[in-house]
Design a binder for this molecule. Structure first.
Ligand code: UD1
Length: 367
């Protein structure tokens, strides 16, 4: 029998591939002698551009299991992941399972493993948006309350867990996405091809939108897009469009974007996103991941939401909540391009979060 620890690395959605790559790299390069990593992909994201490409470019081991669940209602998606995952856990008998963030895959994994008394490490624990209408808020809260290790990216996320009585399980380790950005960030200095028709030093905006709260509400969606189109009259906008948004965007809004200086492109791989982001003058996004990556690369961020779970950047004056107000989105956007913030103090750690996580797990579980 192997005396290595068996660790299930559970992923399913695009941001989780990025986060899991940090842990995978540390296991592969430093702890191969101590840990057997089994990668399980729920199949929540399945397109080449939303999934496969990340495994290749971020050097994540090919999943040992793909549960092939795909897109469906939340209840069905969570239930199907649970049923399929239970079989994998019965077969593999892991010593622990790692889950990331706040997707349906995270919650499904947490429910199954906790029922089977398999200890759970929750990476990106303690985030709160205080908005229970977001599926992510429910997912992250429930996952935190059944996990054995709560690895917090920031001090604020750790404090949130203390307020919920979880202080003994919580450790502030830094953000694994910072690890990935520092590791891959140096290799991105070319101009993205979508900008090839523009003068080399022209300013531009990177825009993404995919949250249910924005895409599923036609009035919010329209207002946000109208604000972006106004901004595009002054600065070109690059818009990698998430498949959820593509399927919900009314054709007149699509045409409005298409006839403006807004370049709609397909979802981008990690390095290409970082290339676009690191040279942009402004990021407009409702994605938690891009909000942070904007901060890592010292870019101002406009958030078309009413609240964010990544509050630090807002408090520091580097990110701004504009809700679905088209005027504010436009005005704040122009102001930030012309007069960007200059201070971006370190709040997301030093790029060694994954190392701390693995060390901590080994310290508690070593056989
Ligand atoms: C999910 C997460 C969200 C995360 C996001 C990152 C939940 C509740 N939401 O949202 O927290 O920020 O991933 O992208 O878990 N689709 C495809 N191809 C794919 C994947 C999705 O076409 O590979 C389309 C389908 O039409 C699907 C829709 O996108 O119905 C939504 O996908 P889903 O995984 O349910 O949620 P996301 O919006 O991606």
């Amino acid at each position: 029998m192997s005396d290595k620890l068996k660790l299930i690395n559970l992923v399913g959605a695009r941001p989780q591939f990025i986060k899991a790559s940090a842990l995978s790299r540390v296991i592969r390069t430093q702890y191969n002698h101590a840990i057997d990593e089994v990668v399980v992909h729920s199949g929540q994201h399945y397109d080449e551009a939303m999934s496969d490409v990340f495994f290749t470019e971020l050097e994540i081991p090919k999943p040992h299991y793909n549960l092939g669940v795909g897109s469906m209602s939340h209840a069905k998606q969570i239930a199907q992941i649970m049923v399929a995952l239970e079989d994998v856990l019965l077969k593999e008998k892991p010593d622990l399972m790692v889950v990331y963030g706040d997707t349906n895959t995270t919650l499904a994994g947490a429910l199954v493993a906790s029922k089977m008394n398999i200890p759970i490490a929750h990476i990106e624990a303690g985030l709160r948006s205080w908005n229970n209408e977001m599926p992510e808020e429910l997912n992250r809260r429930m996952t935190d309350h059944v996990s054995r290790w709560l690895f917090c990216p920031t001090k604020l996320s750790c404090d949130n867990l203390k307020n919920e009585g979880l202080q003994d399980l919580a450790t502030e380790v830094g953000d694994v996405m910072m690890d990935v950005a520092l590791y891959h960030g140096q290799s991105v200095n070319e101009r993205h091809e979508v900008l090839s028709h523009l003068p080399v030093d022209s300013k531009y905006v990177l825009f993404t939108l995919h949250r249910n709260i924005n895409t599923d509400n036609p009035d919010r969606l329209r207002s946000i897009i109208e604000g972006v189109v106004r901004l595009a009259e002054e600065f070109p906008v690059v818009f990698p469009m998430h498949p959820r948004t593509e399927s919900l965007l009314p054709s007149d809004l699509y045409e409005l974007l298409d006839s403006s200086e807004c370049m709609i492109i397909s979802p981008q791989p990690y390095k290409s996103t970082i290339t676009l982001l690191s040279q942009a003058s402004l990021i407009i996004t409702d994605s938690g991941g891009l909000q942070k990556e904007g901060y890592f690369f010292k870019k101002p961020v406009v958030i078309p939401r009413n609240e964010t779970e990544w509050e630090e950047a807002v408090e520091l004056g580097c990110a701004f909540l504009v809700n679905d107000d088209a005027d504010q989105l436009y005005t704040k956007g122009i102001e930030l391009i012309q007069n960007p913030p200059s201070e971006f103090p370190e709040v997301y750690g030093d790029g060694k979060a994954a190392e701390r996580i693995v060390e901590r797990i080994l310290k508690t579980l070593s056989k």
